[in-house]
Structures are given as C-alpha cells and as structure tokens.
Unconditional design. Structure first.
Length: 210
C-alpha cells in the first residue's frame, strides 16, 4: 500500500489548473493538479496539450456540467475510494427512501456516469456503476431509467449494457407492466427476450450477478 500511495503521490505534484464548472453567471472554479487530470482522462489530456487555448490560459471550462458532479469526480481523483453503501452515503445519500430522494439520487448517479463517459475516464464510470448496483440492493429500488441512459450511451458490445437487461431479468415483477410497458427501445426488449429464452423465466434476485 505504501508503494502504491507513493507512486500515486507523483501525480499530485507539479502545476495546477483551474477548472471552471457551470454556466457563466453561476460557475465555480476548482484548482486541480494537471498531472492527475492527464493521467486519468484523455479528454483533459487533450485539453492540456501544448498549443490549445486551455493550456495557454491554464483553465478548462465545463459550462455544461454541475459542481456537485465535478466534486464527486475530484473525490475519486484524489482518494481513489470506490463509493459503496458504507462509504458513499454522504455523497449520494443512499439511505433516503422517499420517492423524491430516490429520484434525486438516481439523477446524481446518472450525471456522474455521463460525466465520466464524456471525459473518457472509464475507471470512474466503473466506480459509478458499482455505486449504482450497491444503491439498488441497499434501498431495494431498481432505477431502470438510469440504466437505460447508460445503455444508450454505451457501445453495442459494452459489458455495462448487461446492467439494464439484468434488472429486468432478476428484479422486475409483472406489476411493473400494470400501467403499460416501461419506455425502452425495441433493441432493449429484444435483448431481454433473448436472455429470457436463454436463461429461462424462473429467475429471482437470488440468481442475480450482483
């Protein structure tokens, strides 16, 4: 562990860069070590390349993103601690059980994954998916809309796409269809049907891969 931390500390030395998050009149500036951004994200590596405006100004602007999501990313960058039910309650408030809280948490997780996808930091994306799975099992809530958004943004052969089909295979009951089928793409329903034909229809949460 000491060796690992010593090696990691080399990325928290050297120059810092200003990351301005949010729109013009409500933006916030964050100081981040440039080496840390380059090491983890091809997006930031490109932005900090010689000759680009961001490099000359020593500032990266993220007008379409929110500070809460970027704070989550910074925590990941500096601490490398995967969020779980036991360690991320302060970040994602996973113990909230009212509907408004569930929807808010789902939105925060979705935004975090989308940010990681945007900056091409797939280790961060994996962490968010782990947190989402932990979230689902902790509060017994199955955020298929968030999983569907991840599905839409992923490549066709991405393993993360299984998350959506697995939710429907192992956690969904007939009551989900009482008011009509969930709004998913035809491709998703084809994958769910194929999985059911392959694995059988008698699947329960005890069989789930998580």
């Amino acid at each position: 562990m000491i060796t690992q931390l010593t090696a990691w500390s080399s990325f928290t030395q050297g120059s810092v860069v200003v990351v301005r998050v949010g729109r013009k009149h409500s933006s916030e500036d964050c100081l981040i070590h440039a080496n840390l951004l380059r090491q983890n994200s091809p997006f930031f590596q490109g932005a900090l390349a010689h000759g680009w405006k961001e490099k000359r100004e020593n500032m990266i602007r993220l007008p379409q993103d929110d500070i809460a999501t970027f704070d989550t990313y910074c925590a990941w960058l500096y601490h490398r601690t995967p969020f779980s039910h036991s360690t991320s309650c302060k970040c994602f408030e996973l113990n909230v059980r009212d509907e408004a809280g569930l929807l808010r948490d789902q939105k925060r997780l979705r935004r975090a994954w989308m940010f990681g996808h945007k900056i091409l930091d797939y280790d961060f994306c994996d962490m968010v998916i782990d947190a989402l799975i932990d979230y689902m099992t902790a509060v017994d809530f199955w955020p298929y809309k968030t999983a569907f958004k991840v599905y839409q943004l992923s490549s066709k052969d991405a393993p993360v796409r299984r998350l959506l089909t697995d939710i429907f295979l192992y956690a969904v009951g007939p009551e989900w269809f009482d008011h009509g089928a969930p709004e998913l793409s035809e491709e998703v329903y084809q994958e769910i049907t194929l999985a059911l034909l392959t694995k059988g229809s008698e699947l329960t949460l005890d069989d789930a891969p998580w």
